[in-house]
Ligand binder design. Structure first.
Ligand code: NAD
Length: 508
């Protein structure tokens, strides 16, 4: 684990590092063809941060052309697996060597606390890249049970040109979740970062070339969703889109695919995830730790945030008391300060959206028990961790993904009611269940419609386990684990007739 620097050291680094602001195509940084740029802000102070190139159709065409050229030339796709592995491991080392600089870039753009980036996001991203790199020369193809007259091989091949569309809430980590398996499988990749957070993707693409990834294999096109993202979605030269973001935009990528070349689409979307606490839990203090982390980590800007606390009425008050105690340790402040646990909200828009949900919670009759307001810290976008008690399942704050530090507490009388409330959502990304009854834990885990259910802890599994959603939380595949490789490869059957007839010509 990387050691943290001091606030002064991070501040001085933020002044000395250069900001990558151009797109990265065919192994080098380039301005967009139209020369247009958009301004990004540092959400912790509301000040302009960088002017990023807006790639349009021409730039996307160029990125696709270069990615395709590299794929067809086989500079990466046909490289022996162990050589691809070595290069990706070298990339991990370069990222580690530049970790503090990358962490500062990520924090300045996203408002995320530097301690989380240094101690969670980057280590997990590196673990993910290394894990997928290490699988390259360990995945075997198959021979089908055909009998003695034929040999049928089932082989995996890279899909071709894969576009990875990223959200702003975990820029490096989501990039690693996608490029790890996509590059390992031998694809050429085009990354489109979210508008707000571009620089770490650009820096990682530079480092990839330094590590030995051939030009054209990892490209980054920066720009606006409706321009750059749409041009990718509708492009006939892209074979697959792997998207993480809102359900609303994910839906658009399915339309783009239908309106263009039926490119494969994998979606990781939003969530309104339940944390269920039964009245038989052994240690309410531990549960309170998990429940607090589950909703407030990353300022609640987390697809797998447990933003609904569905708690047995017998333990509700005791649990809320403990959560309020725990919250005292969650200091909001300058994201570059290594003691800060809650940073800034990503943008003014998101800040306004969260505050409007808080207003709605109050107006619909939920009881505000803590927070509920903005925090004034310079001109940054900060909001207090907020908890609403006496929430009913039909209230807006119980149904819609807020993507902010807002917890909706719903009390229930038994496990059946808890599961019913948990499932009463269009989403199904993840869920947590706290109970000391083993068979109840298993029964509830089976009954909850979500891609990941954690028992007696909050989490998303790890790189070894698939991550993705049921219902409108996901579509077409899973991130992480060996299953992620499946989505970045095509299966091919190669059937060889070895019967006598194939030699003697006697087919009957
Ligand atoms: P978003 O949907 O607004 O944007 C995601 C990406 O799509 C960005 O790169 C954006 O530029 C692009 N985009 C936006 N509009 C587009 C359009 N019209 N055409 C093409 N591309 C377009 O999401 P966001 O606000 O960046 O991220 C927050 C959302 O992401 C939340 O809903 C969250 O739950 C979800 N998320 C999901 C996971 C997961 O693994 N399931 C992980 C992180 C975030």
């Amino acid at each position: 684990m990387s050691s943290l620097l001091t606030l002064e050291e991070y501040q001085s680094l933020s002044k000395s590092i250069s900001f990558p602001t151009n797109a990265f195509i065919d192994g080098r940084a380039r301005n967009s063809s139209n020369g247009n740029r958009f301004e990004t802000l540092n959400p912790a102070n509301g000040q302009p941060l960088a002017k990023i190139a807006v790639c349009d159709q021409h730039d996307v065409d160029l990125a696709v052309e270069k990615a395709r050229e590299a794929f067809e030339a086989g500079t990466w796709a046909k490289k022996p697996p162990n050589e691809r592995k070595e290069i990706l491991i070298r990339l991990c080392k370069l990222i580690r060597r530049n970790q503090h600089e990358i962490a500062v870039l990520e924090s300045l753009e996203s408002g995320k606390p530097i301690q989380d980036i240094e101690q969670i996001d980057i280590p997990e991203a590196l673990n993910c890249l290394a894990w997928h790199a290490e699988t390259i020369d360990k995945i075997y193809d198959q021979v089908a049970p055909t009998g003695d007259d034929a040999v049928a091989m089932i082989v995996r091949e890279p899909i071709g040109v894969v576009a990875c569309i990223l959200p702003w809430n975990f820029p490096i980590l989501m990039m690693a979740w996608k490029i790890g398996p996509a590059l390992s499988a031998g694809n050429s990749v085009i990354v489109k970062p979210a508008e707000q957070t571009n620089m770490t993707a650009l820096r990682i693409a530079e480092l990839a070339v330094e590590a030995g990834v051939p030009r054209g294999v990892l490209n980054v096109v920066t720009g606006i969703g409706e321009i750059t993202g749409k041009a990718i979605g509708l492009h006939h030269g892209i074979d697959m889109v792997s998207f993480t973001g809102s359900t609303e935009v994910g839906r658009l990528f399915l339309k783009y695919s239908a309106d263009s070349n039926l490119k494969k689409v994998v979606l990781e979307c939003g969530g309104k995830n339940p944390c269920i606490v039964m009245d038989d839990v052994e240690n309410l203090d531990v549960v309170a730790d998990h429940a607090t982390n589950a909703v407030f980590w990353n300022m609640g800007e987390n697809c797998s945030s447990n933003s609904r606390l569905i708690v047995h009425r017998n333990v509700k008050n005791a649990l809320l008391e403990k959560i309020l105690q725990k919250l005292k340790d969650w200091r909001t402040g300058n994201p570059l300060d290594p003691s800060t646990r809650l940073g800034a909200i990503i943008s003014k828009d998101q800040y306004d959206t969260i505050l409007s949900y808080i207003k709605k919670g109050t107006s619909e009759g939920a009881k505000l028990i803590t927070g509920g307001s903005a925090i004034t810290l310079g001109n940054g976008y900060f909001i207090e961790p907020t908890i609403f008690d006496q929430v009913r399942p039909e209230m807006t704050i119980a149904k819609e993904e807020i993507f902010g530090p807002v917890l909706a507490v719903i009390s229930v009388a038994n496990s059946d009611e808890a599961v019913e409330v948990a499932n009463a959502t269009n989403y199904g990304l993840n869920a947590s269940v706290f109970t000391s009854n083993l068979s109840r834990a298993h029964r509830m885990a089976r009954a909850i419609r979500a891609g990941t259910v954690t028992i007696n802890c909050y989490g998303e599994g790890d790189v070894n386990t698939p991550f993705g959603g049921y219902k409108q939380s996901g579509f077409g595949g899973r991130d992480n684990s060996i299953h992620a490789h499946d989505q970045y490869t095509e299966l091919k059957t190669i059937w060889v007739d070895i019967s006598d007839a194939s030699v003697n010509g006697a087919i009957d």
